[in-house]
Ligand binder design. Structure first.
Ligand SMILES: Cc1cc2nc3c(=O)[nH]c(=O)nc-3n(C[C@H](O)[C@H](O)[C@H](O)COP(=O)(O)OP(=O)(O)OC[C@H]3O[C@@H](n4cnc5c(N)ncnc54)[C@H](O)[C@@H]3O)c2cc1C
Length: 320
C-alpha cells in the first residue's frame, strides 16, 4: 500500500512552498489522484490539499465583466454559478456533463484540467510511452477510444469536458509557483505528446493551477457543449464539441475526445461559419475542411463520422 503524508495548504504561499518540495503533489477532490496512486501511476511523498487555501474556490466577477474561478471550486459549483449559467453556458453545460453528481461535487476545476489520460493501457500498467516505455500499445492495438488527430507517439485523448468549453471561450489558466504567478491561454496550457510525454500540461515542478479566467468578450452570444458517449450516463466523451458565437460575431469551435489535448478547429473554418449564409452543402464541405488533418487509427474511424456530425450540427446553430 502506498504511504504519503497529507498537508492542507493554509494559503497560496504555503501551497507553493510545500509543492516546491521533492515528491509533493497537488490534490483537489482526489477523484483522479487517489485512483492513480492506487494504480501505481503516482507515488507522492506528500499531497498538498489546495482546498485549504482561503477563498481558493471563490468565483468572482471582475469590474471589466470577466470571471475568475478559483481552482478549488467544485465542478458542481461552477456549473451552478449564476454568472456561469447566464453568461458562459457552454462551461456550465460542460461541467454538468462530467461523470456523476458525486464526482462533480468532489472534483475541482483545477484537478479536472490536470487529470491524467484514461487510456486503458496506461491505466492498467501496460508499458507505454507515458509510463516510461518505448512504444504505444494502442497504435496497433485496442485504439477505439484514442486520438484521430495530433496523436503520436502517444495516442491517448485528453479526458476533460470543461477544458473543451474553456478553449472555445478563450479562457486562461492562472499558474502559481513559489514567488510567481503567471497566466497562460488555455490553448497553450495543454501540451501534445510530440512535445513531452511525461505530462499533459505546461505545469513544471512545484507549479499549480490557482484559477481559471474567463474574459468578458466571450460571455453571452450563442454557446453550447455537446457530448457523445458510449453510454448516456457518467462516461467520458467519445467526441465532444463546444461552440460559441460571440456578440461580436466571432465563432469558436473546439472539440474533445479527438486529440491528446482539447482541439480547436482551424480558424479559417470558424471565420467562414461566422460569415453566415450557409446551406447544407457548404456546411458539409466546411465540416470536411475542419477534419482535413484527421488520421484515424485502425479501430476509431467512427470518431470521424461523429466529429463530422457534431460539427455540422454546431455550424447550423452558429451560422446565424
Ligand atoms: C468514473 C469517473 C468518470 C469520470 N467522467 C468524467 C467525464 O465525463 N468528464 C470529465 O471531464 N472528467 C471525468 N472524470 C474525471 C473527473 O472529472 C476528475 O477525476 C476530476 O475532475 C478531477 O478533479 P479532482 O479535483 O478530484 O482532481 P484530483 O484527483 O485531486 O487531481 C487530479 C490531478 O490533477 C492534479 N491537480 C489537482 N488540482 C490541481 C491544481 N489546482 N493544479 C495542478 N494540479 C492539480 C493532481 O496532482 C492530479 O494529478 C471522471 C472520473 C471518474 C473516476
Amino acid at each position: 500500500m502506498a504511504t504519503f503524508s497529507y498537508h492542507r495548504a493554509a494559503s497560496l504561499d504555503d501551497a507553493a512552498g510545500r509543492l516546491a518540495e521533492p515528491g509533493a503533489v497537488a490534490i483537489g477532490g482526489g477523484t483522479d489522484l487517489l485512483p492513480a496512486i492506487d494504480e501505481g501511476l503516482a507515488s507522492p511523498a506528500v499531497v498538498v490539499d489546495l482546498r485549504g487555501i482561503p477563498n481558493g474556490d471563490a468565483i468572482t466577477t471582475g469590474a471589466d465583466g470577466s470571471l475568475r474561478i478559483g481552482a478549488a471550486a467544485s465542478l458542481h459549483d461552477v456549473a451552478a454559478h449564476p454568472a456561469v449559467r447566464e453568461r458562459w453556458p457552454a462551461l456550465a453545460q460542460a461541467c454538468d456533463a462530467v461523470g456523476t453528481p458525486t464526482l462533480r461535487h468532489m472534483g475541482t476545476i483545477g484537478g479536472n484540467l490536470c487529470q491524467r489520460p484514461r487510456c486503458w493501457y496506461f491505466r492498467q500498467g501496460v508499458s507505454c510511452y507515458k509510463s516510461g516505455g518505448d512504444a504505444c500499445p494502442a497504435e496497433h492495438g485496442e485504439n477505439q477510444y484514442h486520438a484521430i488527430v495530433n496523436g503520436g507517439p502517444c495516442h491517448a485523448v485528453h479526458p476533460s469536458d470543461p477544458a473543451v468549453a474553456l478553449l472555445a471561450l478563450d479562457a486562461s489558466v492562472e499558474i502559481a509557483s513559489r514567488g510567481e504567478t503567471r497566466t497562460v491561454p488555455v490553448d497553450e496550457f495543454f501540451v501534445l505528446p510530440s512535445q513531452r510525454l511525461d505530462r499533459e500540461t505546461v505545469l513544471g515542478a512545484g507549479a499549480f493551477v490557482s484559477a481559471v479566467l474567463l474574459p468578458a468578450q466571450s460571455a453571452g452570444g450563442v454557446q453550447f457543449y455537446h457530448k457523445l458517449m458510449q453510454r448516456e450516463a457518467w462516461d467520458f466523451a467519445l467526441v465532444s464539441l463546444a461552440g460559441a458565437r460571440r456578440e461580436s460575431g466571432e465563432v469558436r469551435l473546439a472539440m474533445g475526445g479527438v486529440a491528446p489535448a482539447p482541439w480547436r478547429v482551424n480558424s479559417s473554418v470558424e471565420e467562414d461559419v461566422a460569415s453566415g449564409g450557409l446551406d447544407d452543402d457548404s456546411i458539409a464541405s466546411l465540416a470536411e475542411r475542419a477534419l482535413y488533418d484527421v488520421e484515424p487509427l485502425s479501430k476509431n474511424g467512427y470518431k470521424v463520422q461523429m466529429a463530422s456530425s457534431l460539427l455540422r450540427q454546431a455550424m447550423r446553430q452558429l451560422a446565424g
